[in-house]
Design a protein around this ligand. Structure first.
Ligand code: ADE
Length: 360
């Protein structure tokens, strides 16, 4: 758990070959150089989410009140943590960061809650993995800004209500369906983050290249964006690897051909699929005849955690239509067969697929 105060301002640039000139008004030391946007005005994509957060923040500031509790959900790497930092920055308050699995006792949470000041943000990542006892401890904290403390046991048991400052809870989860109804109902604002468009990811790649002081051309940015699985975190990761390659094997400028070569070495294919994505689909095709097959069986064959497959691998494969989820299990789509150079199984495949889709 750490306390974070975010400060500073970052400009965005949009020239074709971006200059190597450093941006004068930001501190470039590694600790401070975040690629993450720090204000809503710098945030690219998720337009509807950003717009509604802007309104909620402006209204809360006008009324001099804390925000409602906020639940952010969606696949990893789409900006849930970034938005929590931005919200705290926009409100001018401190943010305290923890996660569901890190809070294994109610007492841990009590310590954190009692240190929060009026309007401070408490960010709980992976909130769906909060232990049940801690979750129940959180209900009165969220609703009444109080926690009930029990002293002694049995007939001597006494309860004491401890008042808290009016804090703002921001919960983040990749599995909104796993949240209990009582917890879900205590959030006033729900925002789902979706995969980014290639155009948005191009903007993010160019912005990050500027901050990293690396020149990139339009097609280089497009090529990184197109292969980043709709995810800003992946844009930034690939950008750094391509930068290394460009600086060691070329003239330092990120162009389309450099991206091709660098990503081939990284094992990222034409569609942006990683080795794990490919192995996931190949397992369904080779070991289970294209499916339907249960996720547990795929996880056992791949010797991977089911959670990793469900949270990290599946959402994008579903989004691009390479994976189909049916009541009977997972199936590889004809597009997945084509992408991985497998011939489609038997003539009955299309009809079987149609049939399975009816039960989706
Ligand atoms: N870096 C990572 N995500 C970003 C976003 N959504 N906007 C701007 N820069 C980013």
């Amino acid at each position: 758990m750490k306390n974070v105060v975010t400060t500073g301002k970052i400009d965005s640039m949009n020239s074709s070959i971006l200059s190597k000139k450093s941006i004068p008004d930001i501190d470039r030391s590694p600790e401070i150089l975040y690629l993450r946007p720090r204000r809503l005005s710098e945030y690219i994509g998720q337009k509807q989410v950003v717009e509604t957060l802007k309104i909620a923040i402006e209204a809360a500031l006008k009324r001099k009140e804390p925000l409602d509790h906020i639940l952010l959900y969606g696949p990893p790497g789409l900006g849930k943590t970034t938005l929590a930092h931005i919200i705290a920055e926009e409100m001018g308050v401190k943010i305290t960061i923890t996660s569901g699995p890190a809070l294994d006792k109610g007492g841990d949470l009590l310590g954190i809650l009692t240190r929060l000041e009026e309007s401070d943000v408490l960010f709980i990542d992976e909130i769906h993995r909060l232990p049940r006892v801690v979750e129940e401890f959180l209900y009165p904290a969220m609703e009444d800004f109080a926690v009930d403390f029990i002293f002694d046991k049995g007939v001597h048991a006494r309860s004491h209500r401890y008042r808290l400052k009016r804090f703002v809870l921001i919960g983040a989860t990749t599995r909104v369906g796993m949240l209990s109804a009582p917890l879900r109902e205590r959030f006033g604002i729900f925002k789902g983050l979706d995969f980014y468009s290639v155009e948005e990811l191009v903007e993010i790649a160019k912005r990050s290249a500027t901050l990293l002081n690396v020149p990139i051309d339009e097609q280089g940015a497009y090529e990184i964006a197109r292969r980043s699985r709709g995810t800003p975190r992946i844009v930034n990761r690939l950008l750094k690897r391509v930068r290394d390659f460009a600086q060691v094997r070329a003239d330092g400028v990120i162009r389309k051909e450099i991206v091709h070569e660098a990503l081939r070495l990284e094992g990222v294919d034409e569609q942006g699929l990683t080795l794990l994505d490919q192995q996931f689909l190949k397992t369904i095709i080779e070991s289970y005849g294209g499916g339907p097959v249960g996720i547990e069986a795929i996880a056992a064959t791949l010797q991977e955690e089911t959670d990793t497959l469900v949270d990290v691998v599946e959402p994008y494969l579903l989004k691009i239509g390479f994976l189909i989820r049916t009541s009977a299990g997972r199936k590889a789509s004809p597009d997945a067969y084509r992408h991985l150079n497998y011939s489609l199984p038997g003539r009955g495949y299309g009809a079987a697929l149609q049939e399975s889709l009816k039960f989706k």
